[in-house]
Write a protein that binds this ligand. Structure first.
Ligand code: BES
Ligand code: ZN
Ligand code: ZN
Length: 511
C-alpha cells in the first residue's frame, strides 16, 4: 500500500517529483504558502494562473515544471471550490483527485499540505483522515486479472505522499487521523477485492475462508487490542439449527451453503452487543426465475453485504471500539438446476415462520430470514443488516444512495449521522405497515414477493421484519451503491465500492 506520512516541515523545502498546493475559488495568491511559492518562482505561478485562467473551481488542476528553480520538479495547484461549501467529504474527494492527477503526471513522490485546516472549524485530525481516505481509496484499482504486459507497462503507482505541516500539535493530531484512515481504507479495499473477484472463485466456501482467516491466532491485530474469533456453520450445522430457508436457496448450486459467525470482543468487557448481518449470495442467477442476461452481469456483487462485514471485521481490532460486535452471513449461490428450489415451494425459517417462494430471484430475503433469526437469538442491543436486496431500491434512490428501514428511531438517526460523516449516501424509507398486506401468502405465513412493481424495496424490508422480533434493527438496502458501473466520485472506481465499512465503523466508535 502507498505510504502517506506527515512531517513537521516547510512544504516548499522538500525535494519531490510533485508539490501540490491548493486555492479556494476567487482567492488571491498573495498570502500563505501559495504566495511564498510564487515568490520562489519569481512570479511564474501568478502568470500561470492567469494564462490558464485557473479559478480554483472544485477539482480544477494546474500543473507545470519548475525547471530546477525549486527542489520540487513540478508544481500543481488544485481548486478547492467555494469556501462555504467546503467540508470533510469535499476533502475526501480532493485527496482522491490529488492522487489520481499525480498518478497521471507519473509522480512517484508527492508533497502536499493539510488542505483547509481551520476552514469552517475543520480540525487537523479530521482533515488528515479525510485526505488519507480519499488518497488510498482513490488509488484503488483491481488488476488481479490483467495480463503481464499490462502490469509491466501501465501500472504506474504513486509511491510516497508526504504531508508537511509546521505546527507540532497539528502533526500529532494529523498522524492519528491518518492512522485511522489507513485501517479503514484497508477494510474498504478488502471488501472491494472480495466483490470484484469473479463468482467462479468467490464461492461460498472461499468467502467463508476469508472471514475465518481474520481470526487466525497470531495475525498481528489479534495480539494487539481486541481479538476476533469465528464460528463456522457447516451446511449440516445449519440444518440442525433449522435454517431451511437459507439452505433451500443453495439447493440448485454445486456449492454447499456455509454460515459464518464472527465475534469481536473489546479488551474491556462491554455492556453493548451489536450484530451486523450481510447478504452473501456469491452469484445471483435468479435461480429458476432466471434473470435476463443484462440483469445477471453484475451479480457477482450480490455478496457485497458480507464483503462489508469482512472488511469491517478486519479493521475492528485496530479501531478497537468499546462494544462487542458480531458479524454474520450465510453464504449461498443462487443457481437454476434440477435440484433448485422452485416457485411455489414453501420453507420454514429458523424462527418458525413459513415462507412461500413465488420468485426464486427474491432469494436474498429468504437467506436473510435465517440470518436474522439466528442473530436475534444472540439477544443483541441492536442489529443491522446490509443487503444488495432489490432492484426497486436502485429505481427509487439511484446509484449513490442506500435505503435505511428500521423499527428504531434512535438507531436510524445514529446510522444516518454516521453515514453523513463517512460520506456514504443513506436515505430513509418507511416500513409502512399497511403494505404487510402485499406479502401475505394464501398458503403460508408470508410470500417472498410483494405487489408487482409497487414499493419493492419496502415490501422486502417488511418481509425481513418478520425475523427480528422486538430487537432494535435497521435494514440497509445497498443494491445501488455497493457496485459502481460509473465512477461518480474520484474515490470510487468501477466495480465493488466497499460501501458501509466506514459508516459502520463510525457508528460503532460512537457508541
Ligand atoms: N440481487 C438482486 C437485487 C439487485 C438488483 C442487486 C440490482 C443489485 C443490483 C435480488 O436478489 C433480486 O433479484 N431482487 C429482485 C426481487 C424481485 C424478484 C421481487 C428484484 O429486485 O428484481
Ligand atoms: Zn435475486
Ligand atoms: Zn440477490
Amino acid at each position: 500500500m502507498m505510504n502517506i506520512s506527515i512531517k513537521q516541515a516547510q512544504v516548499i523545502d522538500q525535494p519531490c517529483d510533485l508539490l501540490v498546493l491548493s486555492l479556494f475559488q476567487s482567492t488571491t495568491i498573495t498570502g500563505g504558502v501559495v504566495g511564498e511559492l510564487n515568490k520562489c518562482l519569481e512570479g511564474a505561478l501568478a502568470q500561470a494562473i492567469k494564462q490558464d485562467r485557473f479559478e480554483g473551481k472544485f477539482g480544477e488542476w494546474l500543473i507545470f515544471p519548475t525547471f530546477g528553480k525549486m527542489k520540487a520538479k513540478k508544481i500543481a495547484l488544485i481548486g478547492l471550490g467555494d469556501r462555504s461549501a467546503f467540508d470533510l467529504d469535499a476533502l475526501r474527494k480532493i485527496g482522491a483527485h490529488i492522487l489520481r492527477r499525480s498518478r497521471e503526471a507519473k509522480a512517484e513522490r508527492v508533497t502536499t499540505i493539510l488542505h483547509g485546516v481551520g476552514t469552517a472549524g475543520l480540525l487537523a485530525r479530521d482533515v488528515a483522515q479525510a485526505l488519507g481516505e480519499g488518497m488510498w481509496l482513490g488509488a484503488y484499482r483491481f488488476h488481479t486479472y490483467k495480463g503481464v504486459n499490462f502490469k509491466k507497462k501501465e501500472q504506474f503507482e504513486v509511491r510516497e505522499i508526504l504531508i508537511c505541516e509546521t505546527e507540532r500539535v497539528k502533526v500529532v493530531a494529523g498522524e492519528r487521523g491518518m492512522a485511522e484512515a489507513r485501517v479503514l481504507s484497508e477494510g474498504v479495499m478488502l471488501a472491494r477485492d472480495l466483490v470484484n473477484t469473479p463468482s467462479m472463485e468467490m464461492t461460498p466456501s472461499r468467502l467463508a475462508e476469508v472471514a475465518q482467516s481474520l481470526a487466525r491466532p497470531g495475525s498481528p491485530p489479534a495480539r494487539r487490542a481486541g481479538r476476533i474469533s469465528v464460528q463456522m456453520l457447516s451446511a449440516a450445522k445449519m440444518e440442525k439449527l433449522g435454517m431451511r430457508a437459507a439452505l433451500v436457496v443453495a439447493q440448485g448450486s454445486q456449492h454447499p451453503a456455509v454460515g459464518v459467525h464472527l465475534i469481536y470482543r473489546p479488551k474491556q468487557k462491554s455492556k453493548k452487543k451489536i450484530v451486523i448481518i450481510g447478504k452473501a449470495v456469491t452469484f445471483d442467477s435468479g435461480g429458476l426465475s432466471l434473470k435476463p442476461a443484462d440483469g445477471m452481469m453484475a451479480m457477482k456483487c450480490d455478496m457485497a453485504g458480507a464483503a462489508t462485514v469482512i472488511g469491517l471485521f478486519q479493521a475492528l481490532p485496530k479501531l478497537a471500539p468499546h462494544v462487542e460486535v458480531h458479524g454474520i452471513f450465510l453464504a449461498v449461490e443462487n443457481m437454476p438446476s434440477g435440484t433448485a428450489y422452485r416457485p411455489g415451494d414453501v420453507v420454514k425459517a429458523m424462527n418458525g415462520t413459513t415462507i412461500e417462494v413465488l420468485n426464486t430471484d427474491a432469494e436474498g430475503r429468504v437467506t436473510l430470514a435465517d440470518a436474522l433469526s439466528y442473530a436475534s437469538g444472540l439477544k443483541p442491543d441492536a442489529m443491522i443488516d446490509l443487503a444488495t436486496l432489490t432492484g426497486a431500491c436502485v429505481v427509487a434512490l439511484g446509484d449513490d444512495l442506500s435505503a435505511i428501514m428500521s423499527n428504531d428511531r434512535k438507531l436510524t438517526d445514529r446510522l444516518l449521522a454516521s453515514a453523513k460523516e463517512a460520506g456514504e449516501g443513506l436515505w430513509e424509507l418507511p416500513l409502512f405497515q399497511p403494505y404487510q398486506e402485499l406479502i401475505k401468502s394464501k398458503i403460508a405465513d408470508i410470500k417472498n414477493i410483494g405487489g408487482g412493481r409497487s414499493a419493492g424495496a419496502i415490501t422486502a424490508g417488511l418481509f425481513l421484519s418478520h425475523f427480528v422480533g422486538k430487537i432494535p434493527w435497521a435494514h440497509l438496502d445497498i443494491a445501488g451503491p455497493a457496485y459502481a458501473e460509473k465512477e461518480t466520485r474520484p474515490d470510487i472506481s468501477y466495480g465493488g465500492t466497499g460501501y458501509g465499512v466506514r459508516l459502520l465503523a463510525r457508528y460503532l466508535q460512537g457508541l
